[in-house]
Design a protein around this ligand. Structure first.
Ligand code: ATP
Ligand code: MG
Length: 177
C-alpha cells in the first residue's frame, strides 16, 4: 500500500521565486523543506499495487495544457495551522486538468477526494496567525504533473515523486499552427 496524490511541483526556478518572496518572519515553527513544496491536484489516499497501476494508466490518458499560477496571497489557514500561498485565480487549463483527472478516476472507479478543489501551496506548518506578507506576487509555470508518494517520518511528512507526466505543448517543439 502507498499513500498517493497527484500534484504540481514547482521547478528550481519556481522554488527560488518562492524563497525570494516569502517574508523573513513566517510565524512558523516548521517551514516546509523545499522538496516538499507542491500543489495537491487530486488526493488519492492509500492504494494497493493494482490501484496504483490503474492510476498511472489514468495519468497516461490525460491531454491537458500547461499553465501558470500567480500566487498573490500568503494566507493563514487556522484549521490546519498552515501558511499557504493561494493563487489569485485558477486558470481554465488548471481547472481542466483537475477535472479530467477526476473524471477518468471516477470512470475507473478509483478512490479519490472529490470535494471542491482549492489549489494552494503550503509553505509552513505549525504556524501562528500573523507573520509578514509576500514581498511580491509569485508566478510559477507548470509544464508537468507528478504522482507523489507521502510517507510520515518522525520529522514530518516526506513527499517523493514516483511518476511524472508532461503537459502537451510544453516541449517547445511542434506547436499548433
Ligand atoms: P500529515 O498528514 O502527516 O500531517 P500531510 O497532510 O502533509 O502530513 P498527507 O496527509 O499525506 O500529508 O497529504 C499529502 C497532501 O495531500 C497534502 O498536500 C495534503 O494537504 C493533501 N491532502 C491530504 N488529505 C487530503 C484530502 N482528504 N483531500 C484533499 N487533499 C488532501
Ligand atoms: Mg494529512
Amino acid at each position: 500500500m502507498a499513500r498517493l496524490f497527484f500534484a504540481l511541483q514547482p521547478d528550481a526556478r519556481g522554488r527560488q521565486a518562492i524563497a525570494c518572496s516569502l517574508p523573513d518572519d513566517l510565524a512558523a515553527a516548521r517551514p516546509l523543506p523545499e522538496s516538499n513544496l507542491h500543489v495537491t491536484l487530486v488526493f488519492l489516499g492509500e492504494l494497493d499495487g493494482d490501484q496504483e497501476t490503474a492510476v498511472r494508466a489514468v495519468a497516461d490518458e490525460i491531454a491537458a495544457s500547461p499553465f501558470a499560477l500567480c500566487f498573490s496571497e500568503l494566507a493563514y489557514w487556522p484549521r490546519s495551522r498552515a501558511r499557504v500561498l493561494v493563487p489569485e485565480e485558477v486558470p481554465p487549463a488548471a481547472q481542466a486538468l483537475r477535472a479530467e483527472l477526476a473524471r477518468r478516476l471516477r470512470e475507473a472507479q478509483l478512490p479519490f477526494d472529490a470535494r471542491i478543489w482549492h489549489p494552494h501551496l503550503t509553505v509552513a506548518r505549525r504556524a501562528r496567525r500573523g507573520g509578514g506578507e509576500l514581498r511580491a506576487p509569485i508566478t510559477i509555470a507548470f509544464n508537468d504533473f507528478v504522482l507523489m508518494r507521502s510517507r510520515t517520518e518522525p520529522a514530518g511528512a516526506v513527499y517523493e515523486p514516483v511518476g511524472r507526466w508532461s503537459l502537451p505543448g510544453s516541449s517547445g517543439v511542434g506547436g499548433v499552427g
